[in-house]
Every structure is written in C-alpha cells, then in structure tokens.
Design a protein around this ligand. Structure first.
Ligand code: BES
Ligand code: MN
Ligand code: ZN
Length: 499
C-alpha cells in the first residue's frame, strides 16, 4: 500500500478515482461542494434524484463528469453529518473499498480524510483510514491462489486534507498507519498459516527474518536444550508430547538509551492446540492453529516497531510449542516444576498456554523490565464472558491498565478490564503441588490470569486474553492481526508521538 498527503485543487487533480463524501438529507461535504461548483451542479443533481438516499455506506460511481480532471467520482453516503463517528466513518470507508474493488480501481484519492469524524483528529483519521485500506488489501495467498478474475488489491490511496497547515501531522499519520499495517499483515499471515507449515521452528525463522527491517533488532532463539538447562519444566512438559521441538524466541529491539528499562511483550505461540491427552472435541479444532496469535501479535508489533523506528527498548518473547496427545505427553495428575521453582499439578492438559507462558514470564525477570504485557488466546471462557469485541485485560497495576484501555480506544482495538482479586486464587489450590493448572468452571478467564499472576509478582504486568479477538470464525474465518494496533498505539503513547 502506498499513500501521500495532498491538499491540492480537487477540480484539477488527475486521479483514476476521486472519493467524495455526502451526508444523509442530501447534503454535500465541503470537498464535494467544490466539485459540484466546478461541474455545474452535477453532484447536487445526482442527490436530488435520490440515488444516494438510504443508508450510510450507499455509494455511487460517476463517470464523465465535466469540469473536473478526475476520471471518476465515487460518492459515498456517510450518514448524518452530526452523527459522523468512527463507526459510521468505517462503514463508509468499507463501502468505498468494495466499490473500488468492483470497478477494478487500484489507485484513488480519498477526501473522506478531511471529514474529521467526532472524536478523531486529522492525524487519527488519516492513520485509521490507511490501516483499514491496508487491511482490506490483505490477501492470504500462500496456499490458495486468488481466482484469475478476482480484483487486484488497492495499491495506492492518497489522502486529501483541507488545511495544508496540517500536512506534517498527516504525513506522520501516513507513516504510522502504513507501519502498523505492516505489523498487522505479518501477524495475520503467520496466524492464518496452518499448523503443518507454521511450526515453532517456522515461527522462529519468521521472527528472525523481521530483523532485516531494522539494525536495532536482534533476534535470538533458545532451543530445548537451553530451556532444559534453565529449568523450564512447565514449558518443556507441553512440547514433550510433540515431534516439533519448542522454541523460545527472543526479539531485542534497542531504540532507546542504555538506561531505559525495556518494555517486554510476551506472546503465546502455541502453533497447534489439540488439547493433549485432555483432547478437544473435533468441532472447530482446526481453529486451534490460531493458538499462536499472541506470538504473532508480538512478532507483528516488533515488525511495526521497526517501521515506526521508535526510540524505545522493547523485548519480544514468544514461547512456541505444539500441544498434542502422545505417549510422552503430559497426563492429568502429572506434576511439573516451573522455572520459578513453583510446582504445578496438571489437572487438564488443555490448559497448556499458562504452562508455556509461566516459564517465559519468569525468564523475563532477568531483563529488569519497565513493564511486561503478555498476550494469549488463553481461554474459551474469555469469549463466553466478553464476546468477540474486546480483548480481556488483567493487570496488577492501575496506571498500566488505564494506559492500555486508552490505547485500545484510540486504535479501535479495545480491551475490557477484568478482576484479578485474591478471592479467585483459592480455585487453583492443589493437594499435591503449589498450584493446579485449572481453577474449575467459574471465572475461567480470571483463574487463568490468576495463575499467571503467580509468576509476575516482580514487575508491573498486564495480561491480554485475545481468545475472542485474534481471529474471526465462520464464513469470514481469518486472523485479525489484533492486538498489534493496540500495542503499537501503546508504544507510540510511551514517547508521546502520536499527533
Ligand atoms: N487455546 C485454548 C483456549 C481457546 C479455546 C481459545 C477456544 C480460543 C478458542 C486453551 O489452551 C484452552 O484450551 N483453554 C481451556 C482451559 C480449560 C481447560 C481450563 C479452555 O478454555 O477450555
Ligand atoms: Mn488448550
Ligand atoms: Zn491453547
């Protein structure tokens, strides 16, 4: 995806397609008014005929309009002017992408970016538009080629702003939007790949390849022997049931000064979760290839960070493994010793995410982190509790929870905070070990977070349960790239460089 900012004369601009907003009640946006005046009232004539009445997202392509240099005009209804918020804006933009695809147009100039929906400034509007455009242009092609008559993805979306004085923040928005889009696309691609291609080793190779994008990034991978040497008994107990060796991926991004403590991002990289001996039912088990979406979120965020080139120290950590039934696999009742020294009774081998995460979370203590955020497709219970709109947020620090909540609002990648009260901890009691790996049916997302909290006492920490947000199920099945937008925003906020 390519894009540039312009505040050119819209009547003179040569473009395959000029995108113009109109509002319900037959009202033209300012950009559309300019074109209307130059074309002898062609647009108001169309509105009078009622062709664009109806809903937000109604759109109409116009050809051969005189008095303007653009080859085509695409009018889109953005709803009621006073009600234009992000949701309406997104709806209009999605209609635009559908129209461009239908007309096989891969290069357009968008003036909707000048509309400034409620709650979004010009920077945010441009950035969000480009992220959505890039997400719309994403195609999964590694194991399925597009039909020969399928529309090519949009290649160029230039953005028009009314005030040339705003060019600088708008250009920053382009750079940021495209950088975040790179990270989102990588996360989606890794997530969509099947378990027989995207193995722990493949994930490690792809993380290593991200280092090509920045001299500030160094990637290191610990193998099972190194993990055994360290004493990662919980993590290794999961991979023992798999023929694919576990990998601990460490991505060191050094953009800050030596004294800056690192922000550590930890992602569950379970490349396929069959449940182990506590095997899952067959229905939708294929979707457990998405159990590495937390790891993909970390790798994608580091990819975005390389493109954003932020002056921060960030360390990405991805424990990667499969969880399969096997003669060597964990059995219910088995007890393992984690890197922290705490023992764990494995009452359900399907609660494996917390087993690989707990050792990674103990390991990162050595980095003396400023804060740690882990992300994981950890529990089906999180989907039951929150549905598929927000990610579940848990934290031992109110300021961090607030910062992530805000970043989620701004990036349209929202989170909802859940409790981490001590009252829940007793559900993890075991008669034979320091803790059990499951806490019963009640509050399953919370007891999973409580389990992790026993390994994160040494630092400021937040946990994101992305089970409901990392991929779409059903006909639209595919990875979303979440929480890359959220974390990118969080990192931008850390240096106050988002406007
Ligand atoms: N990866 C799953 C969680 C999951 C399931 C995410 C479905 C998204 C959709 C995780 O490893 C798991 O199996 N969790 C169990 C925990 C239970 C055994 C306490 C679950 O949620 O059922
Ligand atoms: Mn599981
Ligand atoms: Zn899992």
């Amino acid at each position: 995806m390519q894009s540039k900012i312009t505040s050119c004369d819209l009547t003179q601009v040569e473009t395959p397609c000029l995108i113009l907003g109109v509002f319900s009640e037959r009202q033209l946006s300012d950009a559309a008014k300019t074109i209307d005046a130059a074309s002898n009232g062609a647009l108001s004539g169309v509105l009078e005929k009622g062709d664009l009445d109806g809903k937000t997202g109604s759109a109409l392509m116009l050809y051969g309009i005189g008095g303007v240099a653009a080859e085509r005009l695409l009018l889109v209804n953005c709803g009621k002017h006073e009600e234009l918020d992000r949701r309406a804006y997104e709806k209009a933009l999605k209609a635009v992408f559908a129209q461009l695809a239908a007309a096989r147009i891969d290069n357009a100039l968008c003036t909707l970016t000048a509309l400034e929906p409620n709650g979004m400034d010009s920077y945010q509007c441009v950035r969000h538009s480009l992220l959505l455009a890039a997400q719309d242009a994403y195609r999964y092609t590694q194991t399925k080629k597009p039909a020969s008559d399928a529309p090519a993805p949009l290649e160029t979306l230039d953005c028009w702003i009314a005030d040339s004085g705003q060019t600088e923040p708008a250009e920053r928005a382009v750079a940021h939007g495209l950088a975040i889009a790179e990270g989102v696309a990588l996360a989606r691609e890794l997530s969509n790949l099947p378990g027989n291609i995207c193995t722990p080793t493949y994930l490690a190779d792809q993380a290593t390849a991200v280092a090509q994008h920045s001299a500030k990034l160094k990637v290191e991978v610990l193998d099972e022997a190194a993990m055994a040497e360290l004493g990662m008994g919980a993590l290794l107990s999961v991979s023992r049931g798999s023929r694919q060796p576990a990998q601990l991926i460490l991505m060191h991004y050094r953009g800050g000064s030596d004294e800056d403590k690192p922000i550590v991002l930890v992602g569950k990289g379970l490349t396929f979760d069959a449940g182990g001996i506590s095997i899952k039912p067959a229905e939708a088990m294929d979707e457990m290839k998405y159990d590495m979406c937390g790891g993909a979120g970390v790798i994608g965020t580091l990819r975005a960070l390389c493109a954003l080139d932020l002056p921060l120290n960030v360390i990405g950590v991805v424990p990667a493994s499969e969880n399969l039934p096997d003669g060597a696999a964990n059995k219910p009742g088995d007890i393992v010793t984690s890197l922290s020294g705490q023992t764990i009774e494995i009452l359900n081998t399907d609660a494996e995410g917390r087993l690989i995460l707990c050792d990674a979370l103990t390991y990162v203590e050595r980095f003396d982190p400023d804060l740690v955020i882990d992300m994981a497709t950890l529990t089906g219970a999180c989907i039951v509790g929150l549905g598929r709109h927000p990610s579940g947020l848990f934290s031992n620090n109110d300021a961090l929870a607030e910062a992530l909540t805000q970043a989620g609002e701004v990036s349209a990648d929202r989170v909802w905070r859940m409790p981490l009260w001590d009252d829940y901890q007793q559900q993890l009691d075991s008669n034979f070990a320091d803790m059990a790996n499951i806490g019963g049916r009640d509050g399953g997302a919370i007891t999973a977070a409580c389990f992790l909290s026993r390994y994160t006492k040494a630092y400021t920490w937040a946990h994101l349960d992305i089970a409901g947000t990392a991929w779409l199920t059903g006909k639209e099945k595919g990875a979303t790239g979440r929480p890359v937008p959220l974390l990118s925003q969080f990192l931008l906020d850390r240096i106050g460089q988002d406007a």
